[in-house]
Design a protein around this ligand. Structure first.
Ligand code: FES
Length: 194
């Protein structure tokens, strides 16, 4: 009686490949074989995201529109995915400054960006991407302390002085109950370089 031909034994390298294929097919792969997972905290700000303090300030709670006072120093917040509660605080590109003006101080062209006098801007300077961390309360200008660029939030973030080559990107916002949400993309590229 003729004997069934035996399957040749797979080589060591081929055995590893076959094992990897089985693990991937069953979703059990770990380590280098696993697909790289994206950190949701690094994803860019998106329309519909809520504005929230980062985990290292105010216990990471949601920002209340009512706590932003007219003319006060801008607050640093980050976008929060309303579906998952993930705060996108692991990317500097997501730093957002919010401030409030009297609604009558806003020109017609500024109003679509605002929610009841509240305006939002990128927190990164357009020169070399330092944090725009200071506020000139008399002029109501945002100031980057690295090389002294100043931006006017009432003129769509226009550069007033300093080496920054362009305006600070604005971020349209809207109200959702007592909270604020992102209503659209930044008006220009965030950070250094056009
Ligand atoms: S990085 Fe802001 S002025 Fe240079």
């Amino acid at each position: 009686m003729s004997k069934e031909p035996e399957q040749p034994e797979p080589s060591r390298g081929r055995r590893a490949l076959l094992r990897g294929a089985v693990l991937l097919a069953s979703g059990l792969a770990t380590g280098p074989l696993a697909a790289k997972k994206t950190d949701a905290r690094k994803l860019p700000a998106q329309a519909g995201d809520e504005l929230c303090f980062p985990s290292w300030e105010h216990d990471g709670r949601m920002l209340l529109a009512g706590e932003i006072e007219i003319g006060a120093t801008p607050l640093l917040v980050y976008p929060r995915d309303p579906a998952t509660g993930v705060v996108r605080e692991r990317s500097r590109l997501n730093q957002i400054l919010v401030m409030r003006f009297a609604p009558e101080d806003l020109t017609e062209s500024m109003r679509p960006l605002s929610a009841d006098g509240v305006l939002a801007y990128s927190g990164l300077c357009t020169h070399t991407a330092c944090g725009v961390s200071e506020w000139k309360s008399d002029e109501k200008h945002l100031l980057c302390p690295c090389h002294g660029s100043e931006f006017d939030p009432l003129q769509k973030g226009k550069r007033i002085t300093g080496p920054a080559p362009r305006s600070l990107p604005g971020l349209p916002i809207a109200s959702r109950g007592e909270h604020l949400v992102i209503a659209g993309p930044f008006t220009s590229k965030v950070g250094a370089n056009a």
